[in-house]
Write a protein that binds this ligand. Sequence first.
Ligand SMILES: [Mg+2]
Length: 385
Amino acid sequence: MRITGVETVRVDLPPRRAHRMSFDREGRLGRYVIVRLLTDEGTQGLGEATVLPMWGGDHMRYFGELPGTTVHIIKEYLLPGITGQDPFDIEVIHTIMDRTVKGYPYAKAAIDIALYDIMGKALGVPVYRLLGGCNRAEVPLAHSLGIMDTQTAVNEAVAAVDEGIRTIKVKVGIDAEQDVTMVRELRKALSDEIEITVDANQGYPSPKVAIQAIRQMCEYGISMAEQPVEGLDAMAEVRAAVPCLVMADESAWTSQDILEIQKKGAADAFSLYTTKPGGLFKAKKVAAVAEATGILCNVNGSAETGVGTAANLHLVASTGIVTLASVFPVTTLKGKEQTKVAGVFYLDDIIRQPFHYENGSLRVPDGPGLGVELDDDRLAEYRTD
Ligand SMILES: [Mg+2]
């Protein structure tokens, strides 16, 4: 089988609400590039780049992609290099992509996901079987609260818990005092069995500010503080001074980052993505390095469509060290909603069948490849190019 071409479609999904974070005060999620990778045998693979302009690594070490740049990189740089390659030669293809253009992990991840979809379809097996099998078929979700006023957040958290969610993740990092109030009120409204975590997205201005806020939040039983500050030295300072787990997200994209985190003692846990390292193949390498260092792990995303979420579910299913709850959307199809609030980032999707949601968990799809089909009508409705 040979790769013969690629189609890209730019898609915007309608958001349920803004998802404000310390690095993006407007909180506009829901811009995607969907990739259809073509082969000479007619098998097509789906992939996705979940592009966020303001999402990046510490001190702009890694940085955001835009739908336009992603399409440009895929069509003008990546495709010419990989045309004619066998989709099963995945390390060969990654080497070609990395020799063609440095960086752009989201564009490369879209190709990588499509390659796995092709391989799975060609063999008639789900992608998780190509990645190590199914360690867990149900993936527990954390519901993510963007930055919002306290009462709205409490109402949303209670509604999400009523719909089965067991972990509430709160975006913080703009106003430390307000963040402590938010956590206090959430703890009052939620039972002790509900886990509360916070994510500052590097937002606190110094380790001291972060330490003071997190220590107070720990009195209300937060279990984890994600990326409180920017940079590994600052992260290590916070980690040494707070009782809860500290998780690296923006600081942790590659295997080399995991080794640096270990060297500096900068985090207890990290957030593995399909996209940050440049696709499933590389994410498995990051997971292997992480496993050797003993760091805890979840898989998170950036509110992917059903295509990217499928890739994320296969990554969780196949990776033993992933034990912490994931922030993935509960697939919402207009007219077939599974939840009203829990995990609802946007009001519709572009796949035909939702991933089954029950008891706070999403079920890993088990059809061939990613196990998803595009809904052409919905794709036409939400495409922007
Ligand atoms: Mg995060």
